[in-house]
Design a protein around this ligand. Structure first.
Ligand SMILES: [Zn+2]
Ligand SMILES: [Zn+2]
Length: 98
C-alpha cells in the first residue's frame, strides 16, 4: 500500500519508535522486541505518521489463537485493547518516552 510521504520529522519519529521497541512487549514483559510501525488511522491522511505506535510482529499482524500474544490486526482492535489498553493510551505513553 502506498502511503503519505514521510517528512524528516516523521523519519526521526519512526527511528525513535524502532529504538523503543514493541510497546506491548515492554509493558507486559519488560523486554525489547524489534517493532513494525503501526498506523492507528491509516497511512494517507495529514498527520497520519504521528498516530503511530511500535508493535512487534506477534502483537501487530499474527493471528495467535492464544491469550498471551494478542495481535492488533490478527485478533482485532477490541481484543487487543482489552488486553493491553487502548491505542490512544499506548500512543500517549509512547509519545512521553520518545
Ligand atoms: Zn510485542
Ligand atoms: Zn498496523
Amino acid at each position: 500500500m502506498k502511503g503519505r510521504a514521510k517528512t524528516k520529522a516523521d523519519e526521526i519519529r519512526f527511528d525513535n519508535l524502532r529504538e523503543l521497541g514493541c510497546i506491548v512487549c515492554l509493558n507486559t514483559m519488560n523486554v525489547y522486541t524489534p517493532p513494525a510501525i503501526h498506523h492507528m488511522d491509516g497511512k494517507t491522511k495529514e498527520g497520519c505518521h504521528d498516530l503511530t505506535i511500535p508493535l512487534c510482529q506477534s502483537h501487530h499482524q499474527y493471528k495467535s489463537n492464544n491469550s498471551i500474544w494478542i495481535s492488533r490486526h490478527g485478533d482485532g482492535r477490541a481484543a487487543f485493547e482489552k488486553a493491553y489498553g487502548t491505542e490512544q493510551e499506548l500512543l500517549e505513553q509512547v509519545n512521553g518516552m520518545i
